[in-house]
Write a protein that binds this ligand. Sequence first.
Ligand SMILES: Nc1ncnc2c1ncn2[C@@H]1O[C@H](COP(=O)(O)OP(=O)(O)OP(=O)(O)O)[C@@H](O)[C@H]1O
Ligand SMILES: [Mg+2]
Length: 383
Amino acid sequence: MAEIALNALHKAFDDFVAVRSTDLTIRDGEFFALLGPSGCGKTTTLRMIAGLEMPTSGRILLDGQDVTRLRAGRRDIAFVFQLFALYPHLRVKDNIAYPLRSQGMSAADRRQRIDEVAAVLRIGHLLEHNISALAGGDRQRVALARAMVRRPRAFLMDEPLGTLDAEMRGAMRDELRKLHDRIGATSVYVTHDQVEAMSMADRIAVMDKGLVLQAAPPMELYNNPATLFVASFVGAPAMNFLNLEGPLAPGGGTARLAAAGAPEVPVRALPAGVDARRIVLGVRPEHLRLEADGALRGSVYATEYLGSHRLAVVETVAGNLRVRVPKTRHLAIGEPVGVVVDPSKTILFEAESGRALNRLDGTPVRAAAPETPGTFRREAADG
Ligand SMILES: Nc1ncnc2c1ncn2[C@@H]1O[C@H](COP(=O)(O)OP(=O)(O)OP(=O)(O)O)[C@@H](O)[C@H]1O
Ligand SMILES: [Mg+2]
């Protein structure tokens, strides 16, 4: 298995930049997700790693070896497509054997490899079946088996669960992650679904418009988003955003929420050089509280019962806010409430650039400890 390093990797199609000078190191054994909206450059990045697309500039290193100019077949990397081209008229075992046959492996060795991989993926009972007779999840497993049987240095997966229904996606998510842990693979997983990335990956690179905005473990993306985009893309229900009206002194002071009749908000220690006229406050639903005398007044617009808790949508002059409340809290539609923010959890963003500045109480957003190599690995799958 391998470490994959991207150095200033850049891809332009004519004058359209699909991937903008990207630096990333995907560690040996890591489950790494590329997450972002449609068109942000995820597939292009993956195809460059695979050798299916030539970068315009920059380098790709596999375990320190420069493979930028090496063709796909020589990189020893497996690419699992969403609609993996299995041969529908062949049996499962012939599909899995295919890459080994083309390597010229003996029949006995092939059988051993196929049995191994079938045991890991629990498809031993399907080996004699035709592909056309299989359900979606089983096909996905055969596709994985075919990728795994070569024992590649890394797995690249492009929305592999995209065509499955919701229930199957959930099950396959867990299974893929377990599989990754069991074979100690380096996996790069592309998805536009933040739940998928958050629940599976050791680290996630959030991309937008060809740029990696932040690469970090899921919890860090959630707690310390580097930009407004990351904050809004990660987390469900989504973060609430409130516009502040400045100007604010660089040292801090009091700002007004950008709405008539909204209360003042004390802001501490804004960094120098910030456009203090346009600031956005970001606060997650669990960091808002409903209190009878809360300064920001509103009324209950809707409530959603979510099993472990309840989500209240509160209509205020500053916009609708989603507030997490205990499931036992009963709220009537139209009921007047006050909303209170937790200043230690509320993040100030510069509206223009989108960058996170600090928290409402003046503490920095990037509280993360430096990453320690090796700490990203989850507990072994079966231990
Ligand atoms: N061969 C190509 N020629 C021109 N433009 C391309 C080509 N391939 C990709 N693009 C453009 O590059 C951008 C990034 O494409 P890419 O397929 O990497 O996005 P993506 O993040 O995988 O999106 P999706 O979630 O929709 O799959 C898109 O705007 C796309 O139209
Ligand atoms: Mg894509």
